[in-house]
Each structure stands twice: as structure tokens, then as C-alpha cells.
Design a protein around this ligand. Structure first.
Ligand code: ATP
Ligand code: MG
Length: 393
């Protein structure tokens, strides 16, 4: 029996005249995601992408990989059969038989997009359902609360049969490359990787920037950031990670600025440098993992102080989320375990004991004037190291 992978996608279907453009990008992203896993043939028809896998042993691995590609709503293995009632019945029995155990509640749901097929959807469901009910002992029909749904799709060239419960849920969202490009400020913490995933999910390509204070932060801390980027890259494909040398800036702040403004001034430097790099690399927005009120530098007054140095959109997808919700997402996208590895981040090294929660912009600006801001920024930008990070296997 021949098997194929059926990929269903969501929001793209609503794109009207732009739909073919979005579909083309999704197909390209799918091809990129699986090119090193298996030899495949990808086709598209009637809002479904079909993937034939030459070596059928690899079907599950390909499905798993596809479940990480943005834009896909579900991925399923399906049996391919002739467009005859006989063939559909036999295939349903052989392919789904193992799931149709005695006592199980089941139903058949048929769809026919080929209106020339002699039975309509309801008639086909009844025919196949009756056949399976007779063939499998002890099976119970329950159309409202089935434990097993045998799905039959009669399409233009073939029919497909699968158990709906065996489908993998996709990420949803929009295909990467349909929404422009943004730059993620990626620390080694829990929040920023989640923020990056959320923005990328809307089809937005990501660059990443990390501020690195060697030797106050170790090589292992840098490895951790690279690892986090490689987990995010599973969803986005390759990410360009820019490592910015931040030690001189942090030392200058520590030695010259009032302690209560240290964090805010440091964050203003991060934002300004990120904006410069983003513009240089044709990125249209910055992304941070800030969440309102989480720490002193994330009150609205503090966000105003840090936001005011940049002149481009700053996306903060976690702004209204609780830490517990963010942690749930970090688990779901598989960054949590890496994020909690105990290496120092540049912010934790120079943390003041009493940061202000209600800072005044003018006062922070006055403190910052004690530094040669432009020279410090130029030197940091000069020293940027670029790392191409590929998806973690
Ligand atoms: P995270 O868990 O993402 O580190 P956080 O709650 O620890 O966030 P902060 O340390 O105040 O918060 O940082 C707020 C945001 O600033 C981060 O979410 C991240 O986007 C950015 N950021 C902080 N430190 C760095 C860094 N070393 N390199 C790049 N971006 C950073
Ligand atoms: Mg942090």
C-alpha cells in the first residue's frame, strides 16, 4: 500500500489574490526543512500539499520535521488508493484496522472534492462506516464522540484514507519570509527565545543579537546563546547571530554613572546598537522578551526610557504574559532546559542593588551624558562577530 504525507495549511487560504505567492513560499520552506532528511516529491492541489517520500521508512521523521514549519496546521500520513468504493473500503480496513479495536467508538468522515464521484460525502461515510462496522468485531458507531475517526478524502486523481487522531498538529502561523524581517535581542534567559518564536510564527524572518561581556560572561554562556538560536532555527531555518562585545560599555557605565541608572543606560545602549545593526541588515523591527512589570527595567516608565533611543518599531510579544505562561511556551518550543543552564548573562553581572522603577527620562539622559556614547557604540559595532546558526538536529 502506498503512503503519502498530507499537509494542511491555515491562514494562507484567506489571502485571496496573494494566496499563490504565500503557497509558493510555504512549499519552498517545506523543501528546505526536509531536504537533508529524505528524497521527496512535493506537489500542491486543492489547498493541500502532498509529499511523497521515496524511502517510506522516513515518513515519520519527515512528519515530525514538518510539524515545526510555520504555516502548517496539520501533518498526516495517509494511504493512497483508487477512486472506487471497493478500494476505499479495503484500504480503510487495512490501514486503520489496528486502531479499530473491539469496544472503540468510531465514525467515518468522508469528503469528496471530486463532485463526479458517484456517492456524495454522506453516502460514502455511511457505506465505508457500515463496511468497517461489519468487518471489525465489537466496534461501536458514535458520530458525536468518536475515539477513532476514519477520514476519507476523494480528490481529483486519488483517494486518501487516514485516522484523524494520528495527525500531528502543526505550528500554525504564517510561512517565514512572508512577513519581512526583524531583529531579536537574544539573551540566554527564558523570555527572549519565546519572544523570537512568537514573532517568527507570524512569518517574520529573524536575525539575532547578543550582547556579550567577556570575561565577565564565559564562553559557555556564548555557547548557550548559540544553542538557543539553533533551537529557534528549527522553526525559522538559518539565523544570523551577531555577537556584540559589551564589556567596555558596561565598565564605562559602572565607573561613571549613578548606580540606580546603570541598568537603564545599559539597556539604552543595547537598543541603540541593535537598531544600527538592524538597519544595516535590512531588518524592520526589534524584538525583545520584555514583559510589563516583570523587573524594574520593564515598568512602563522604564520602557519609555529605553524605547526613546530608537526610531523603529520594537515588538514585545510577551508584554502581557505572566512568567508561568512564558515558561509553558518555553517548554513547548523546547528552549526551557537550555535557558535555565546556570551561565551568567551580561545583565546579571552588573546588576545594581537598587534600580529605579519609576525613572525620569531627563535624569537618565543626564547620567548618560557622562559617557562618550557615540565612541562606545562605534567601537562595539566595529567588534561585532557574525555567526551563522543552523537548526539543531
Ligand atoms: P530574558 O529571559 O529574555 O533574558 P529577562 O526577563 O531576563 O529576559 P532583561 O534581562 O531585563 O529581562 O532583558 C530584557 C530583554 O532585553 C530580553 O528579553 C532580551 O530581549 C534583551 N536582552 C537582555 N540581555 C540581553 C543580552 N545579553 N543580549 C541580547 N539581548 C538581551
Ligand atoms: Mg535576562
Amino acid at each position: 500500500m502506498k503512503e503519502i504525507i498530507l499537509v494542511k495549511y491555515g491562514e494562507i487560504i484567506l489571502k485571496g489574490g496573494n494566496r499563490p505567492k504565500f503557497e509558493k513560499i510555504l512549499i519552498q520552506n517545506i523543501a528546505d526543512a526536509i531536504k537533508n532528511i529524505a528524497e521527496t516529491r512535493i506537489t500542491i492541489a486543492q489547498a493541500t500539499i502532498y509529499i511523497e517520500v521515496k524511502d517510506e521508512e522516513l515518513l515519520d521523521v519527515v512528519c515530525e520535521r514538518l510539524s515545526l514549519v510555520f504555516g502548517i496546521v496539520s501533518v498526516t500520513r495517509a494511504a493512497v488508493c483508487e477512486k472506487t468504493l471497493e478500494s476505499i473500503k479495503e484500504t480503510a480496513l487495512t490501514y486503520c484496522g489496528a486502531d479499530l479495536k473491539p469496544g472503540r467508538k468510531f465514525k467515518v468522515e468522508a469528503k469528496r472534492s471530486d463532485k463526479k464521484f458517484p456517492l456524495n460525502s454522506v453516502e460514502l461515510s455511511i457505506e465505508v462506516g457500515g463496511y468497517l462496522h461489519e468487518a471489525c468485531e465489537g466496534l461501536v458507531v458514535d458520530v458525536h464522540n468518536p475515539e477513532v475517526t476514519v477520514q476519507v478524502e476523494v480528490r481529483d486523481k486519488h483517494s486518501f484514507v487516514y485516522c484523524r487522531e494520528n495527525r500531528l498538529r502543526g505550528q500554525g502561523g504564517m510561512p517565514i519570509g512572508t512577513g519581512g524581517k526583524s531583529t531579536l535581542l537574544l539573551s540566554g534567559g527564558i523570555d527572549s527565545p519565546v519572544a523570537g518564536h512568537m514573532i517568527a510564527k507570524r512569518g517574520i524572518e529573524l536575525d539575532a543579537i547578543n550582547f556579550f561581556s567577556f570575561p565577565y560572561t564565559s564562553e559557555r554562556a556564548k555557547e548557550k546563546v548559540i544553542e538557543l538560536a539553533s533551537i529557534i532555527a528549527r522553526y525559522t531555518s538559518k539565523i544570523n547571530l551577531y555577537i556584540v562585545p559589551f564589556t567596555d560599555i558596561q565598565l564605562a557605565i559602572r565607573d561613571n554613572c549613578p548606580e540606580e541608572h546603570m541598568t537603564l543606560i545599559m539597556r539604552r545602549f543595547m537598543m541603540k546598537i541593535s537598531e544600527i545593526l538592524a538597519k544595516k541588515h535590512k531588518s524592520q523591527a526589534l524584538v525583545t522578551g520584555e514583559s510589563a512589570g516583570q523587573v524594574a527595567s520593564q515598568t512602563l516608565a522604564a520602557l519609555d526610557v529605553t524605547n526613546s533611543v530608537v526610531d523603529m518599531p520594537v515588538l514585545r510579544p510577551l508584554i502581557g504574559m505572566d512568567k508561568t505562561e512564558i515558561i509553558e511556551r518555553a517548554h513547548a518550543i523546547d528552549t526551557f532546559e537550555t535557558s535555565i543552564l546556570p551561565y551568567e548573562d551580561c545583565c546579571t553581572v552588573f546588576t545594581p542593588k537598587h534600580p529605579t522603577t519609576n525613572p525620569k527620562r531627563e535624569l537618565v539622559e543626564r547620567s548618560e551624558k557622562r559617557l562618550d556614547v557615540d565612541a562606545l557604540i562605534n567601537a562595539a559595532v566595529e567588534g561585532v562577530e557574525k555567526i551563522e546558526v543552523y537548526p539543531k538536529l
